[in-house]
Each structure stands twice: as structure tokens, then as C-alpha cells.
Design a protein around this ligand. Sequence first.
Ligand SMILES: Nc1ncnc2c1ncn2[C@@H]1O[C@H](COP(=O)(O)OP(=O)(O)OP(=O)(O)O)[C@@H](O)[C@H]1O
Ligand SMILES: [Mg+2]
Length: 245
Amino acid sequence: MLFTHIWVFPMLRLEGVAVAYGAFNALQGIDLHVKEGELVVLLGANGAGKSTLFQALSGLQSIKAGRATWANVDLTRLRAPQIVAQGLVHCPEGRKLFGQLSVLKNLELGAYVHRLGKAELQARINEVYALFPVLVEKRMQVAASLSGGQQQMVAIGRALMGKPRLLLLDEPSLGLAPLVVKQMFEVIASINRAGTTVLLAEQNAHAALRIAHRAYVMERGRMVMEGKADALLHDEGIRRAYIGA
Ligand SMILES: Nc1ncnc2c1ncn2[C@@H]1O[C@H](COP(=O)(O)OP(=O)(O)OP(=O)(O)O)[C@@H](O)[C@H]1O
Ligand SMILES: [Mg+2]
């Protein structure tokens, strides 16, 4: 694994972050950082709080306590569209496409906050098509008519249209066939190698740890472990709880 392009200073840093749904504390005392160039995995069972954390990072849930900084700016001072405009882009769990709009329209909407000219918009769409060639022939079809794997490609493509410096990917392999999952992880690794920093929430621990530099493990709203991906891949407790070997 190459670390040569990784900066020393974290681009994203959370210290003691808490998020609540009413009286329910969904996240407590979350410490996490991501450095430029890294591919970091967030593991955790159903309900651990992975999606809540991503929603808090992208301004969709409010941070109740602690400190969260993005490129040294206090995240709580930014609204969701500003967060995207500054390069922190969220590809949500369950894809959340506009099902009745075409693939192309879905992609264009991903660049909305940047208000691009025609040429730059087209250049970015071409980059997404280069990554997911099957979307070229599907571009005028409504998103809902695509297979699950193709819809996930549109969701990642739409996020890439926002020119992420840090891409938050929430369970991109959910509900996909094994072969499609394998291709999805290859694409995610290639997106990272091409220079985009990635924070990936996954239940597919083995495949995720194999492409990641570092990983965090969450349990019931708390961070319980952090380490190099290689080390977690061989950790007995992690194998038993998340890999099943
Ligand atoms: N809108 C909400 N209102 C109240 N509670 C919520 C809400 N969304 C999530 N929760 C609760 O917060 C906790 C964390 O949920 P979250 O969806 O963040 O977990 P997750 O790790 O993403 O799980 P999964 O792997 O199933 O996606 C769970 O107990 C969940 O029931
Ligand atoms: Mg989730």
C-alpha cells in the first residue's frame, strides 16, 4: 500500500463529537481523523451509527457536542451546500437517486453547487463515463430502470460530479451481487489512487479492509477501535465479529 501522497495534517478531524435524535444519543465521544490521500474504512454492525456520522459530517444532522473541523474550518458553521462546495461530498446509503430522472440528469445534479459552464460539466461527465463505461449507453434512461449495481455507479458518479476532496461512501456494496461488489471495491480503490480521499462505511469488512489504509470500528454510537487496515484484517476479535473466519 502506498502512503507517499498522504499529507501529515488531517483534512477532517473530529474530537468528542456527539449527535442525538431527541433524547437518544446516537453518537458519543467520537474521535476520528482523515488525512489527505487516505482511504479510511468505518466498520460497525447495523445501528452502530455510521450513517448518522456521515449525516453529521455533511450537515444533515446537527453536532450536539465536541469539535469537528474540515480543512481547519469549524464544520458546524457551514450549511450542507457549503460543505459540498468545499469538497466534502456524501454518497448516501441506499443511493437516494432521483429515480424518475435520467442517468445524465442525476449526474448533472451532482455538480449543481459548482454552477459549472457547459464545457467543464461535460468534461466531468466524461470522467464519470470513463470510470463507469456502462453508463454511457444508459445515460438517457431513468435511473430507476437500472440494475442495483448500475444505480450505485450513478450514485458514486453523482458524488464525483461534486469534485470531492473527501468522498463519504455509505455502504456502496449493500444489496449487490458478489461479482458486482468485487468490481465496486476495485473502482473505489481506483478513485482513491487517482487522488480522492475516501471515508467508506461498510459491513463487508474483509473487502473494505483489503483496499483501506486505516480503519475505525464503531459499536452503539462509540468508537471502540482504530488502526492500520492490515492489522485489523488479522485481528482475532475483528475477524470473529465482522469477518466471520
Ligand atoms: N432519524 C432517526 N431518528 C431516530 N433514531 C435514528 C434515526 N436514524 C437512526 N437512528 C438510530 O440511530 C442509531 C444509529 O443508526 P445509523 O443509521 O446511524 O447506524 P448505521 O451504523 O448506519 O447502521 P446500518 O449499518 O444499518 O446502516 C440506531 O440505533 C438507529 O435506530
Ligand atoms: Mg447506515
